[in-house]
Design a protein around this ligand. Structure first.
Ligand code: ZN
Ligand code: CU
Length: 485
């Protein structure tokens, strides 16, 4: 029987995203979806691609991003992701989202990771969703609503305290509205200075609408250092109180005092997972990155500047060098650089490996697309997991690596018919050379596309090749948890 379709990728090593072993075969695509998988010699397509034995996998899903704005406009800021084979990003993490925010003036840190002022924000989630529907992003996105974004509006910028009952009710209403308009969960960034004052009860009260909409609670926990176990407890308590699945963001054990403690946190998470729904994401580096916070510098942790408004020339340089040059201590130097961003080399490689290799782990870049000299995780996370950790270090199989960035992530976030290669699934695909895939970006020179990615497809349409860059017509869309459209 002759099969007519739009695209056939023949002669591929298919890694289907479920964690199952690869198999040789062809994939036929009709419209936005996969029509057939297997040996399809009698099929005909408008476009036939000979994969020549390269690996075909589901498009990668970046479980943790700050790409709210990066996917808008001409999509150029999505290049770090799509060039690694990423076809879907989860936005609005760490308590910060571009919608819904009604506020004026300069954005309070860490909200300034998304843009300098509130003018780049959206008063309702619907406005943001409508723009995505109209202009189409180059890749798909699932959106979370940031607790801090809600706080800034409800508390009129005076966020360095617990919210009043009235303010909490305002936040809850705004979250509820955003969930009804297509957001898929709420995120918190309780570690950040303004939100550290938000008590557990405030979060529980604001997050109340999650349950009825089957939405997620996602958190940059209050502490990832000495109190990491207590923070896991708080997170689980919030998840139970609002009766929603929990995702812990960029799981790590911060600062030298806590190196090795993934031996405690991972068993704690396994125990929690027996009682409630919990998952976590992780990026494949022993260095973190966020806004520069002078009061949080650790004497034994090296810091590299990623951007600075008063001192743009500081980007890429080490804080200690700058302080020495200025003849001041590093706290004073850090204060002079503000507002600024930084990379902190504060984790233990053994913890990073243990967390990455854990079966509960999903890969999330936490890349910061607006930084002048970003942490290399922005351009390199997925290539580094596939090349460095899976192929070279043999930390896990390539099939496991792909599962952590496709099938597992789609299941946790409720991305229906995504993250797997099978008939009926959306044709989000990436073709790559398993022998060549590797990260090119480094801490000294981060902004380079990965090597070894041959082509990326989004909803059935070719979206990226190394020679052609991002395709001019975009086919991404907003995904809603649990919905198949
Ligand atoms: Zn975070
Ligand atoms: Cu983040």
């Amino acid at each position: 029987m002759a099969l007519e379709c739009d695209l056939i990728i023949r002669n591929a090593e298919i890694i289907d995203g479920t964690g199952a072993a690869r198999f040789a075969g062809d994939v036929a695509v009709s419209g936005e979806r996969i029509l057939a998988v297997g040996a399809l010699p009698e099929a005909h397509a408008t476009r036939e691609v000979d994969a020549g034995g390269l690996v075909l996998a589901p498009g990668f899903i970046d479980a943790h991003t700050h790409d709210d704005r990066a996917i808008l406009g001409d999509g150029r800021l999505a290049l770090p992701k799509i060039s690694q084979g990423v076809t879907t990003v989860v936005t609005g993490n760490c308590g910060i989202s571009v919608a819904p925010v009604r506020a004026k003036g300069k954005a309070l840190p860490p909200l300034n990771l998304l843009g300098e002022d509130y003018e780049s924000c959206f008063g309702t989630f619907r406005e943001y969703a409508d723009l995505l529907a109209r202009e189409k992003p180059p890749i798909n996105a699932m959106a979370l609503i940031g607790h801090m974004s809600l706080r800034v509006e409800a508390m009129a910028g005076d966020v360095d305290r617990p919210a009043t009952a009235e303010e909490t009710a305002h936040m809850r209403r705004r979250l509820e509205e955003a969930l009804d308009e297509g957001a898929s969960g709420m995120s918190t960034g309780l570690w950040y200075a303004p939100n550290i004052k938000a008590p557990t009860e405030e979060v529980v009260e604001v997050a109340a609408p999650l349950h009825a909409r089957n939405a997620l609670y996602v958190t940059h926990m209050r502490d990832e250092a000495n109190d990491v176990l207590r923070s896991i407890d708080e997170t689980m308590r919030i998840g139970r109180a609002v009766d929603s699945p929990v995702v812990i963001s960029h799981h790590k054990c911060s600062m030298p005092e806590n190196h090795g403690r993934s031996r405690e946190t991972l068993p704690a998470l396994e125990a929690a997972a027996r009682l409630q729904s919990v998952a976590f994401d992780v990026y494949p580096y022993a260095a973190s990155s966020t806004i520069l916070q002078p009061n949080r510098l650790h004497p034994a942790v090296k810091v590299q500047i990623t951007w600075s408004t008063p001192h743009p020339e500081a980007r890429g340089r080490m804080l200690d060098e700058i302080a020495a040059e200025w003849g001041v201590d590093r706290v004073t130097a850090a204060e002079r650089l503000l507002p600024a961003g930084a990379i902190s080399f504060m984790m233990d490689e053994a913890d990073v490996r243990r967390i990455l290799a854990h079966p509960m782990a999903m890969i999330g870049s936490d890349g910061l697309p607006h930084d002048a000299m970003p942490h290399p995780r922005l351009w390199s996370t997925f290539a580094r997991v596939l090349g460095h950790y899976a192929r070279d270090e043999k930390l896990f199989t390539l099939e496991d690596a792909v599962h952590k960035m496709t099938g597992r992530t789609a299941a946790v976030f409720g991305m229906t018919d995504r993250g797997e290669i099978r008939p009926g699934a959306f044709a989000d695909l990436v073709l790559f050379d398993a022998d060549k895939v590797r990260e090119v970006g480094t801490f000294a020179d981060p902004a380079h596309p990965a090597e070894g990615i041959v082509e990326t497809w989004v909803n059935g349409a070719s979206a990226y090749t190394p020679a052609g860059g991002i395709a001019s017509d975009h086919h991404g869309r907003l995904l809603v948890r649990g919905r198949a459209d």
